[in-house]
Design a binder for this molecule. Structure first.
Ligand code: FRU
Length: 496
């Protein structure tokens, strides 16, 4: 197969040098995260091309190496043996061809997409985007033998326009193999509603349009970005990131995929994470057969206070997607994260009366910790609140609250008092709790991921509290409760 590429190689080299140069300038970046993936410098958004290829995990991502704002899109790249320790690699894809580059136009680039292994080769399928052109979005392929240097195919674009009835928004191809065929879903819209065109191929180059796998209903957004359709047990799941959906931003549907007529029929739908900062989730099946999910731990709607430090954007911790029963999706933190634990501290049987506060601050944790709290609810009232205050300031005015509301049966993360540049919000999600509640949380310098220990509910937020705010306090309101067990570990710093 003949491959193009001189310009691409030059662009890749230049972008990689720029990242290195900018990285040197990040000297006192206090909000750099300890164990969440970030680029060495510059802007990042969606995770792309997640895959385990020949034993190695690859994480690509939407990246502007030239600044802290979204701009001409490149694919940044890192590899890992354990999903936790990531080694940065040269930029994998840079805008360079007429379908992903235009002189003087910044609204261009190699937009989101996915990766597959084809024999020994690693293929990236992505969207070439040139704003203002018609069509503005096409699908393209690049491949690599060493897993580091990627060559854009000279048959590109492999899909040169959207299907006739669909809109010009036509991006984020996700490719998978099923029953000896390659399939691709693309994010798009039809008549102001999200839509998922489906394609089929034998060689990843010639694609035939198979119709729409699914269309949004009138409440599910006017464009679906970053679709991901995959088998899970004997069902299929479809993840999409809807634009302009009233009460959703990244949903997962479980249902049946009919490969004969190309239709996906959802049987359940749920928000994957009820926090503010969770978007463009992508999954892959690793060599152990696990379905791993990583999302962009930000959104388009928020500010990025770390821009002044020379970087913006990060990924969530890796989460394993499991199907419980027939259609209940749960997400569990990848077990590999346990290798970061150290300095564990264990408390049990803490009795709290109504309206009590118990200080459990550990000054050694440095905003990088995991916490597990088991509440015994048997004697609690059917109303009131119980939970924990985090990042509490010395004068106690600033804090982040994580609690369970017994009356509404909601898990709540309240950042309205967090202080600093934190986006103030009250995130709530109904949970299914009876006699016992287990809350697990992952704190990092400027992020908080809270989940119920069974993986049913998640709330992910970026928090930009003053780094001096170190207090941690259990609290109750209107009810007493017994904290059966509370365990904290500091989590090692593994990300530069
Ligand atoms: C989602 C998204 C994708 C697009 C990419 C551009 O966050 O808008 O649809 O490919 O970001 O960077």
């Amino acid at each position: 197969m003949k491959l193009t590429n001189e310009t691409h190689e030059q662009e890749v080299q230049q972008a990689t040098q720029e990242v290195e140069m900018r990285k040197k300038k990040i000297v006192d970046a206090s909000y750099r995260l300890n164990y969440h993936f970030m680029a060495p410098s510059g802007w990042i958004n969606d995770p792309n091309g997640l895959i385990q290829h020949k034993g190695v995990y690859h994480l690509f991502y939407q990246h502007n190496p030239y600044g802290v704002n979204w701009g001409p899109m490149h694919w940044g790249h890192a590899v890992s043996k354990d999903l936790i320790h990531w080694e940065h690699q040269p930029v994998a894809l840079a805008p360079s061809e007429e379908y992903d580059f235009e002189e003087g136009n910044d609204d261009i680039g190699c937009f989101s997409g996915s990766a597959v292994s084809k024999g020994d080769e690693l293929y990236l399928i992505y969207t070439g985007h040139v704003g203002g052109k018609s069509p503005k979005e096409v699908q393209a392929a690049a491949s690599s033998i060493d897993g580091i240097h990627f060559y854009k195919h000279n048959q590109n674009p492999v899909i040169d326009k959207p299907p006739e009835d669909l809109s010009q928004d036509f991006r984020d191809p996700k490719v998978w193999r099923y029953d000896g065929e390659w399939y691709m879903v693309v994010g798009s819209s039809v008549n102001g509603k999200g839509a998922i065109p489906l394609y089929k191929s034998e060689d990843l180059i010639d694609w035939t349009y198979e119709g729409e796998a699914l269309e949004a209903d009138e409440n599910q957004g006017d464009m679906w970005e970053c679709p991901d359709l995959f088998p899970i047990k004997d069902k299929h799941a479809l993840i999409v990131s809807p634009m302009n959906m009233a009460d959703g931003k990244n949903i997962i549907m479980v249902g049946e995929m009919n490969y004969n007529n190309g239709k996906f029929t959802p049987e359940s739908v749920k928000e994957i994470d009820d926090g503010n900062d969770f978007y463009a989730a992508q999954t892959f099946e690793d060599e152990q057969g696990r379905r791993i999910l990583i999302a962009w731990m930000d959104t388009w709607q928020t500010d990025f206070p770390t821009k002044t430090e020379g970087w913006a954007g990060a990924m969530t911790i890796p989460r394993q997607v499991v199907l419980d029963g027939n259609s209940q999706v749960k997400l569990l933190p990848a077990p590999e994260l346990q290798s970061l634990r150290e300095n564990n501290q264990y408390n049990e049987n803490i009795h709290l009366s109504p309206n009590e506060v118990v200080d459990v601050t550990r000054n050694d944790l440095d905003h990088s910790y995991e916490m597990l709290i088991d509440f015994d609810l048997k004697k609690a009232e059917p109303y009131g609140k119980l939970g924990i205050e985090l990042r509490v300031s010395d004068n106690r005015k600033e804090k982040v609250l994580v609690y369970y509301d017994l009356k509404t049966k909601e898990l709540v993360v309240d950042t309205t008092l967090a202080g600093g540049d934190t986006h103030s919000s009250l995130n709530k999600t109904k949970i299914n709790v009876k006699d016992q509640l287990s809350i697990r949380l992952f704190m990092d310098t400027c992020s908080l991921e809270v989940l119920t220990a069974d993986g049913e509910a998640w709330i992910t937020n970026r928090i930009y509290s003053d780094l001096k705010n170190k207090g941690t306090r259990l609290f109750t309101e209107g009810t007493g409760v017994i904290v059966e067990k509370m365990e904290t570990w500091s989590l090692k710093k593994v990300i530069e």
